[in-house]
Design a protein around this ligand. Structure first.
Ligand code: 5AD
Length: 348
């Protein structure tokens, strides 16, 4: 094991795989390593993706949720949420609008809503795939049975996002009620991958009770699971959750983690998330310069966006929205990047 943090970073850049204590040493030494990590991560992004940034149209189609995650604004026990479900037609309209703007991936994200059973979701996925055969469909609808995932995959869903949230059992139990288990989350991720989904995991930075040791475990988990996508953004408190008074995740640490993920999995699809853009108006650009290569503007109908608040002050207009795509293009142009009209599949 290399002992000096900058030697460890150079080993990672050189392609070595790191242990959890080595990742932790990098996190501890972040301040002096961040610029070098970002530079190397950005280089990798350019090597594999050139100046191309992939866009995904995010459709938040239901905010009903059976789960009660302590951090999440749409948790079951929050009575102050005005619950909604989009109709199938509304979902197709979002796709049509997005297609016209150049989106070739639609991400259907929602709470774990029993109304959207397999039959209903299968029909929606099949319909989108038949209307837009040149588009990818990503699902982000939480934990389901292997059988359910298999049906969704057969219906044509290409990708699935399911953040693992934390790879540490104890930490997981601090973030979720006792009925929700890390082991079942990991079972889902394994099933999704085996069924041939391009699978994404991920976690929040600065979630309550998180230590640098936990983040190091997240990184070794990501290295061994080898997902096609990794979603990571800062924790931001929501006023109607038990974590309402806790501080936001650190922006610099989030950027450093983006770089470490890029260095660990050079070809990974890595979004600069809305949560990052919410805390920092330059979050998207800074995320990309730290190694991210994907952005996910909001394609949901305008009037429901304020009802899908996982955290407070969520960015949903300007460059965070599909309508803001031109502004986003300009912003990306300022760092020499461009949006591509492309499904943006995982590299093999
Ligand atoms: N702050 C930041 N991210 C959050 N998420 C949920 N609640 C919050 C919050 N308060 C993230 C979780 C989830 C994803 C859809 O959004 O990681 O998996």
């Amino acid at each position: 094991m290399a002992d000096d943090a900058s030697d460890i970073l150079e080993a990672l850049i050189g392609g070595d795989s790191l242990s959890a204590p080595e990742y932790e040493a990098l996190l501890v030494g972040r301040e002096t390593l961040q610029a070098r990590a970002a530079e190397a991560a950005n280089e990798l992004r350019l090597r594999y993706f050139g100046n191309k940034i992939y866009i995904r149209g995010l459709i938040e189609f239901t905010n009903y949720c059976r789960n009660d995650c302590m951090y999440c604004g749409i948790r079951r026990s929050n009575p102050n949420v005005e619950r909604y479900r989009l109709t199938s037609e509304q979902i197709y309209e979002c796709c049509e609008f997005g297609y016209g703007l150049g989106f070739r991936t639609f991400v259907l994200q929602g709470g774990e809503d029993g109304w959207f059973n397999d039959d209903r979701l299968v029909e929606i996925v099949s319909e989108i795939k038949s209307r837009y055969p040149d588009c990818a469909v990503t699902l982000s609808v939480g934990e389901r049975s292997r059988e359910s995932y298999s049906r969704l995959r057969s219906a044509g869903a290409d990708r699935y996002l399911l953040r693992h949230e934390t790879a540490n059992d104890w930490h997981y139990s601090q973030l979720h009620p006792s009925g929700q288990r890390l082991s079942s989350r990991l079972r889902c991720l394994k099933d999704l991958k085996e069924l041939g989904f391009q699978t994404g995991c991920g976690f929040m930075v600065g979630s309550p009770y998180q230590t640098l040791g936990h983040l190091a475990e997240d990184l070794t988990f990501i290295r061994s699971f080898c997902p096609a996508m990794v979603g990571l953004g800062p924790f931001i408190p929501h006023c109607d959750t038990p974590f309402r008074d806790l501080p936001c995740g650190d922006i610099e640490l989030t950027l450093f983690l983006l770089s470490l993920v890029r260095l660990t999995l050079p070809k990974v699809l890595l979004p600069a998330t809305t949560a990052l853009a919410t805390l920092d108006p330059k979050g998207r650009i800074r995320g990309i310069l730290s190694g991210a290569n994907v952005v996910m503007p909001n394609l949901s109908p305008f009037d429901i966006r304020k009802k899908y608040l996982l955290y407070n002050n969520k960015a949903g207009t300007g460059t965070e929205s599909a309508e803001g795509i031109r502004q986003l293009s300009e912003e990306l142009g300022s760092i020499g990047c461009e949006i591509v009209v492309d499904r943006g599949d995982a590299l093999t």
